[in-house]
Design a protein around this ligand. Structure first.
Ligand code: ZN
Length: 370
């Protein structure tokens, strides 16, 4: 199988962040900060995709206290982009509990409308292969898509990590939530499903490669998996360096290779629009492969260099000052984490360029004069 790296035009602003920010503004949520210490961090010293230790660090985010809590790296062997240092899943769970108000409400109903459009398209695609049966949605959110598939005749179960969302699915929609962690679920269940919906979730997991490799275990014979992720070339600009909830940034080639290496074969590949802007996700329909056919992303050293440089370029893209001021790894410094997805709310912050190429880009609250 030959891999060709395709690049799409960058969309200006990352969609999920914008929608989440709009939701926060609407709620007029009080400023809260999320403390983090060293033991909250997940550190990955090798490429999770090819195990190479030849990493190039692209961006780092530290607290003023000195703790480096978020680092984006690219593998110089297979050009996989991932967070080599990031807050662990356990830390996110702590944060979700902090903001849980115990209410049964959808955070941002506007975002759910867009999600419904996407799931209507998913349903039309899935119906070509299956019309009923047991189904597991991994990362159900508020269950907008789960409900759509349930109404279409699928017997739904959900994995959802965020406590308020899981409660909403279980209590408001009456759909069973079987675990809060797919990694744990794969290691503890005997259940099998006809359909697995795995949309915009894989890139949020601490161990996405390990999860994909085990996914076949919970698929019934003849079953299909719908996996969809955003694609690096389509959405990464400088702000991605701050986007805490993405643990990896896939290219189409890495997603395909991971699927094949996890003993799946691709029945269909499609771009599906996110609807709220011009960007698209990549969607694969997978079934268990009759025989495994491992592939590796073989790149020439020239391709490796070119792609690593282009990816590094994405992390300089649209920086609010001349990117000549930053060379090599881009270092950000923030006073605290005040959003557990985008690190800080940039709307009430000032961005101070570094004094030297080795200095920090400081992101400070607007009212602090320095
Ligand atoms: Zn690699």
């Amino acid at each position: 199988m030959k891999m060709i790296f395709s690049k799409k035009i960058l969309s200006a602003v990352d969609k999920t962040k914008r929608i989440a920010l709009a939701g926060l503004a609407k709620k007029n949520q009080k400023q809260q900060t999320y403390p983090i210490v060293k033991k909250d961090l997940l550190c990955i010293p090798r490429c999770p995709f090819c195990q190479s230790s030849r990493l190039k660090h692209l961006a780092e985010v530290s607290l003023i206290s000195g703790l480096l809590f978020f680092r984006t790296s690219v593998c110089q062997n297979c050009v996989f982009v991932f967070r080599s240092i990031s807050p662990s899943f356990a830390w996110f769970k702590k944060c979700w509990r902090m903001i849980d108000n115990g209410k049964l409400e959808v955070f941002n109903p506007e975002a759910e409308k867009y999600k419904k459009f996407r799931y209507q398209e998913y349903l039309a695609i899935v119906k070509k292969y299956l019309s009923r049966g047991s189904a597991l949605e991994i990362g159900g959110g508020y269950g907008t898509g789960t409900k759509l598939f349930q109404q279409a005749g699928f017997d739904m179960e959900v994995i959802e990590s965020e406590v308020s969302k899981a409660r909403y699915i279980q209590e408001h929609l009456g759909i069973p939530v079987v675990d809060d962690d797919i990694f744990h679920f794969l290691n503890s269940t005997n259940k099998k499903y006809n359909l697995i919906l795995f949309s915009n979730c894989l890139e949020h997991l601490d161990h996405p490669i390990a999860v994909m490799k085990k996914l076949k275990q919970i698929l019934k014979p003849g079953g299909v998996v719908l996996v969809a992720v955003p694609i690096l070339w389509d959405y990464v600009i400088w702000t991605d360096a701050l986007y805490l909830t993405h643990k990896v940034n896939f290219s189409q080639e890495h997603l395909l290779a991971l699927s094949v290496n996890s003993s799946f074969e691709t029945l269909e590949m499609k771009n599906v629009p996110y609807v709220f802007d011009n960007s698209q996700e990549i969607l694969l329909i997978l079934r268990a492969a009759a025989r495994p056919s491992p592939i590796s992303l073989k790149l020439t050293s020239r391709q490796q260099k070119e792609l690593v440089n282009e990816i590094a370029g994405l992390y300089h893209s649209k920086l609010p000052f001349s990117s000549k001021l930053v060379k090599n790894v881009i270092k950000y410094q923030v006073p605290h984490i005040d959003q557990f997805f985008q690190t800080v709310n940039l709307e009430n912050k000032i961005i101070i360029p570094p004094h030297s190429q080795k200095g920090f880009i400081k992101i400070i609250p607007k009212y602090t004069k320095k």
